[in-house]
Design a protein around this ligand. Structure first.
Ligand SMILES: Nc1nc2c(c(=O)[nH]1)N[C@H]1C(S)=C(S)[C@@H](COP(=O)(O)OP(=O)(O)OC[C@H]3O[C@@H](n4cnc5c(=O)[nH]c(N)nc54)[C@H](O)[C@@H]3O)O[C@H]1N2
Ligand SMILES: Nc1nc2c(c(=O)[nH]1)N[C@H]1C(S)=C(S)[C@@H](COP(=O)(O)OP(=O)(O)OC[C@H]3O[C@@H](n4cnc5c(=O)[nH]c(N)nc54)[C@H](O)[C@@H]3O)O[C@H]1N2
Ligand code: SF4
Ligand SMILES: [Mo]
Length: 884
């Protein structure tokens, strides 16, 4: 029986796409984009469209655990409540902490914040948004008087010029990127990308500015000076709506912002700079989209201010097609900011800096122990855990042992901490391994509540499937602990709607337009209205009952005098100095098909076909200098730690800078947790870490042997220098490398599967295969050199019934019948690089469009189009060389 489709919201990025999902025979059928959702109008990227493949019980945490033993909910909750109360009594409320996530729902977040700030009496509640959006928050508040995104997605369709700063939208916000692609195709908008790397996003760029890392302030101050010198500013907007213009002008005289000097400082040509500045001056409808290349820096807040200054001076804010626009990372990063999930916020856009805000929130919550000053920000919070100042921490919906800087110290801190509570959806994450109490959380598809996307749009996540095992909603766990600590009445919620209504009411309390966040029109929502809620952008109040697309279009800002504040920022001394010991700069970030620490996307075979191993990408010149080749293993070391990852050559890297993805953890590879290398250098205002610039050294690593293992069951390796794991539809694939002998490995498989069915031993290699009932159950190929095999084909054989003749081919690792597709380029239609190259070489296709007609690649989500274009170009230049 097929059930009606349910509308929900994608749990990955901050685009917040609407998803339509249908449960058939208790299984989630392939999901589709919600054609009526204004974020995506029916489209989904590859992560969204594989959501149904990410659910399922494998690897889920199903029961509470106390010190590794299964426990009842009652025991787990009672333990937490009694230990929290005891520590609070003995050492004070600041000895407790909550560390939350932009992947929680607003209702979870609201309850956590209320419990900590109003009842426990400490503001030690922070979130992974500290690592993500806090510089933007600080920048917006400083300029606009509120943490409020001025624009909306429709500005993409309305702009003439899009400036993308430190954002790889093609991979990290794919559906918004697709909207830009359409805007360019339909209206010829101009696109400038500011990123030290040439990313997939640059595919769309009329102008790519591969600036020196962290040189953004130079670039935008140079633009400011250019606009002033060329009278390209909006004087009447300045006079009526801004303050600090005099100081800003004066600051421009403290440095030389001539093109020549900005060119030296940014390492961009004067011609490119001038081209950008002229484009900006000529197009009033400019949309500047920015993300982690801006935020994750020691100067993150100042970078945001430098961007806001040029938009304010030109009056390009909150007008159709003209706005600064921060792209939020997580599905509910914005919702977390609304409830006040950061340690320096209160709730509903109120602050510790205003006595009356503290009093108002205390009154509303009837809070017995209202916190009166900000708490510890993420990095400092974990340092306080390390020093013993914090004795108990509850981590919810985030994996800090992987994602925080100085990750080894974080791990040590958690190992030492007397009480670590982790609410998790999966049983095994790097952080879950360190938990005293593990609480099974409902996750996407099970939980129910509200999220807010990058354009301030509230949207529902709705339950589709029953919660597995004893998994519970995060808000429920919090209320249960609160009740056991003696605050039953204040935490008596029975349904997320009860929480949401309270949150909405608080947003409207004494708010006569003084606080941007106001959803008071939803404070009386009925259950039916909550269930059928269609996406709306805040504010949603008496003045704007159906929400409001843009803010500040009237030039009224939220500082007391109604003006926006211009903030002079100076680039400061050249921050990045080369160290002879660690001569390269390591940049980190996302890849197209993985989500953060891979606990969800790392389970989906389709999503580990594009980039399947942890890697370091570097410019071919750097590689040559370091004697490194594509596919080889290399060590990447910083003053903190060392990684062992695969080398990828990428001419899009700036020479001297390398890129390592943030995703791999100890659960997915031997030594690839990149944040173990990253020191905690923080923006002084926002506390956001500089994840994008770590001094490192790269060196070739010589393995004594290399290997491949396919296995129906998951395996746990001894301490090898290198292993990485990939899920297959019928099991797991491991790539291995080590020093010394490999004897332990055959023994490990024999323990699991008995004597191998087939065996070939040569002087430099060993190949073993296990068959059960004619099906391949395991394969181990080891060699002193990287052994040869047809990987795609071998992987497909795992678990398959095979004829005797086919079985013989397994050890050879080569198919006689099937062509080798090569590495997968198009995940949606499973098209490999070799197939594409063949179609191009044989003249069956000569463009992205004809490739699409021939092989279908690039015709669904479009995320692989930049790579297709590269392959087309490479084929074209090969032809040209032949011809010459
Ligand atoms: N596929 C995928 N998508 C995601 C996520 C994911 O895990 N996977 N996570 C989501 C989350 S939480 C977030 S926060 C967003 C992040 O989205 P993005 O910010 O787009 O992603 P990143 O890859 O972290 O970094 C963006 C770019 O900043 C550039 N950069 C580095 N240093 C500088 C600099 O000094 N100046 C400038 N101008 N640029 C610089 C990097 O080269 C990189 O290309 O993605 C969201 N979307
Ligand atoms: N080097 C480097 N480090 C970075 C970054 C970078 O660019 N470079 N980016 C930073 C940024 S912007 C971010 S946002 C962080 C992200 O880093 P994290 O937040 O640590 O990463 P996730 O893997 O998203 O962790 C979410 C966890 O919550 C679990 N989970 C899923 N659903 C639920 C649920 O409903 N309830 C509960 N309780 N748990 C659930 C998942 O299984 C997973 O373990 O990483 C930061 N770290
Ligand atoms: S763009 Fe973001 S929200 Fe939309 S489907 Fe992809 S991951 Fe999900
Ligand atoms: Mo993020």
């Amino acid at each position: 029986m097929s059930e009606a489709a349910i509308c929900t919201t994608c749990p990955y990025c901050g685009v917040g796409c609407g998803v339509k999902a249908r449960v058939e025979a208790e299984q989630l059928a392939p999901v589709q984009g919600d054609a009526e959702h204004p974020a995506n109008w029916g489209r989904l990227c590859v992560k969204g469209s594989s959501l149904h493949e990410s659910v399922g019980l494998q690897g889920r945490l199903l029961h509470p655990m106390i010190r590794g033993q299964r426990a009842s909910w009652d025991d787990a909750l009672a333990l937490i409540a009694s230990r929290f109360s005891e520590i609070r009594q003995r050492k004070g409320p600041d000895a407790l902490a909550l560390y939350l996530s932009g992947q929680l729902l607003s209702e979870d977040y609201y309850v956590a914040n209320k419990l900590m700030k109003g009842f426990i009496g400490s503001a030690n509640v922070d979130t992974n948004s500290r690592l993500c959006m806090s510089s933007t928050v600080a920048g917006y508040k400083r300029a606009l008087g509120a943490d409020a995104v001025p624009g909306c997605y429709e500005d993409i369709e309305a702009c003439e010029l899009a400036v993308i700063v430190g954002s790889n939208m093609a991979w990290a916000h794919p559906i918004l990127y697709q909207r830009l692609v359409a805007a360019k195709a339909e209206r010829g908008i101009k696109v400038v990308v500011v990123d030290p790397r040439q990313t997939a996003t640059c595919d769309l760029a009329d102008l790519h500015l591969p600036l020196r890392p962290d040189a953004d302030i130079w670039l935008f101050n140079g633009l400011l000076a250019y606009l002033v010198a060329n009278q390209a500013i909006d004087q009447s907007f300045i006079d009526q709506h801004l303050q600090g213009y005099g100081e800003l002008l004066a600051s421009l005289h403290q440095q030389d912002y001539s093109l020549a000097q900005v060119s030296r400082a940014t390492d961009l040509s004067e011609a490119d700079l001038l081209a950008f500045y002229q484009l900006f001056a000529a197009h009033p409808r400019t949309l500047t989209l920015f993300s982690q290349g801006t935020n994750q820096s020691e100067r993150g807040t100042d970078k945001v201010s430098a961007i806001l200054n040029v938009h304010l001076l030109t009056g390009r804010i909150g007008k159709p097609g003209a706005s600064p626009f921060s792209l939020t990372g997580q599905p509910n990063a914005m919702g977390g900011r609304e409830v006040g999930g950061l340690a320096n916020q209160l709730a509903a856009h109120m602050d510790f800096y205003h006595e009356e805000d503290i009093a108002r929130v205390a009154r509303f919550w009837q809070a017995p122990n209202m916190a009166t000053r900000p708490g510890l920000k993420a990095v400092d919070m974990f340092r306080a855990v390390a020093s013993g100042q914090i004795e108990a921490i509850w981590i919810m919906g985030t994996n800090p042992a992987v994602s925080l800087p100085e990750a080894n110290l974080v791990r040590l801190a958690l190992q030492k901490c007397p009480l670590v509570i982790v609410s998790e959806a999966v049983a095994d994450s790097d952080t879950a391994r360190l938990a005293t109490v593990l609480l099974p959380a409902q996750t996407w598809g099970e939980k129910s509540g509200m999220v807010t996307n990058s354009e301030r749009r509230l949207s529902r996540q709705r339950p589709l499937l029953p919660a597995p095992g004893e998994a519970k909603a995060d808000w429920w766990m919090l209320t249960q602990v609160a009740q056991r600590m003696g605050w039953s009445q204040a935490f008596a919620y029975q349904h997320p709607l009860h929480i949401f209504r309270e949150h909405a009411a608080l947003s409207g309390l004494d708010n006569q337009g003084t606080r941007a966040f106001d959803i008071s029109a939803l404070a009386e929502m009925t259950e039916e209205q909550y269930e059928s809620f269609r996406p709306l952008q805040w504010p949603i109040n008496a003045a704007y009952p159906q929400g409001r697309a843009r803010l500040f279009e009237d030039g009224r800002f939220l500082h007391a005098n109604g003006r926006a504040q211009l903030t002079p920022v100076q680039p400061g001394p050249q921050q990045l100095q080369h160290s002879p010991v660690y001569p390269h700069w390591m940049n980190t970030g996302r890849i197209r098909d993985q989500w953060h620490t891979m606990t969800r996307t790392g389970r989906v075979p389709r999503l580990l076909q594009h980039l399947d191993e942890p890697f370091v990408a570097l410019h071919p010149e750097d590689a040559e200098h370091l004697h490194l080749q594509e596919g080889q293993l290399a060590k990447v070391s910083s003053s903190q730690a060392e990684l062992c990852v695969r080398v990828r050559l990428d001419s899009g890297q700036r020479p001297g800078q390398v890129f390592v993805p943030m995703h791999w953890s100890d659960a997915f590879a031997a030594q690839a947790r990149v944040d173990s290398l990253v020191a905690a250098r923080l923006d002084p205002l926002s506390g956001q870490p500089a994840f994008k610039a770590t001094p490192v050294r790269i060196s070739p690593w010589q393995a004594d042997w290399h290997g491949l293992c396919l296995s129906r069951e998951e395996l746990h390796w001894p301490a090898l220098a290198y292993w990485s794991r990939v899920p297959l539809t019928a099991g797991w694939r491991y790539r291995l490398a080590g020093q010394g002998d490999w004897l332990e490995l055959p023994a490990l498989l024999e323990q699991r599967y008995g004597q191998p069915t087939q065996r070939i031993q040569g002087p430099t290699g060993l190949r073993l295969a296990w068959f059960v009932d004619g099906r391949l159950t395991a394969l181990l190929i080891l060699g002193q050199q990287e052994p040869a095999y047809q990987l795609e084909w071998l992987q497909q054989q795992l678990g398959q019934p095979l004829q005797a003749s086919e079985r013989l081919r397994i050890l050879a690792g080569l198919s006689v019948t099937q062509e080798d597709k090569g590495p997968l380029v198009c995940s949606c239609y499973q098209v490999g690089q070799k197939q594409i190259e063949a179609a191009l070489a044989q003249g069956q296709a000569d463009s992205v469009a004809t490739l699409g007609q021939q092989l279908k690649c690039g015709t669904n989500c479009g995320s692989c189009i930049p790579e297709l274009r590269k392959l087309v170009a490479a084929c074209g230049s090969a032809r040209a060389e032949e011809a010459a």
